[in-house]
Design a binder for this molecule. Sequence first.
Ligand code: DC
Length: 230
Amino acid sequence: MNKLNTVIAIDGFSSCGKSTLAKQLAKTLKFAYVDSGAMYRAMTYHFIQNNIDLHDLDAIAGCVDTAHIEFRYINEENRIFLNDQDVSEEIRKMYISEKVSKVSPIACVRKALVNIQQRLGSEHNIVMDGRDIGTQVFPYATVKLFMTADPKKRAERRHAELCAKNEAVSFDEIYTNLAQRDYDDTTRAESPLVCASDAVVLDNTDLSMEEQFNLALEIIQTNAKINLHQ
Ligand code: DC
């Protein structure tokens, strides 16, 4: 990481609102924003499109390098492209959520994506969210936040989000999927989700988005000595 760059690392459980907060912070701080989870989702989509058996590590290793994943900022929105195709909407679908935790623990996938993430951090001041940003990708991040919230509340929020998009998924299905992903994320051998010892924990169970944003900004200002009024 270029020592001159400021990196805000945001880790935490699925559906805690990490991406929403990270986007708001990046906009306010005028930093680049990287949703690292979207990269694992795009890679999962790539394997599915190429009919790769997710248990076949040789096939996966042979296919990783054929995925060119990048972010493009279009109409004030960060979009993710896989081999020049905008996959921003597709990767949010349930069939990807169900498969992505099979893909994210695979070492060669992590290596490829962490390389891209570190390169982005060396090029820009950045806000990046994920599971291992403060522990593996940027252990020397300027500020580390670790987000958590009550699982039921997280499932309710996600359910409301999917209902708004007319995706017919039940609350129970979402709750079960979240519990499984929490288990998979925290128990996997490769880069499990853990709270870095120098991260500030942000539990947003009872916080509005505005309260959460103000709190995060206060933590960043205190820890990174960023002057927001310059
Ligand atoms: O944040 P998300 O739900 O979009 O992440 C998708 C998956 O990718 C999830 O199973 C966790 C995994 N992930 C990871 O292993 N490391 C990251 N830095 C980001 C996400």
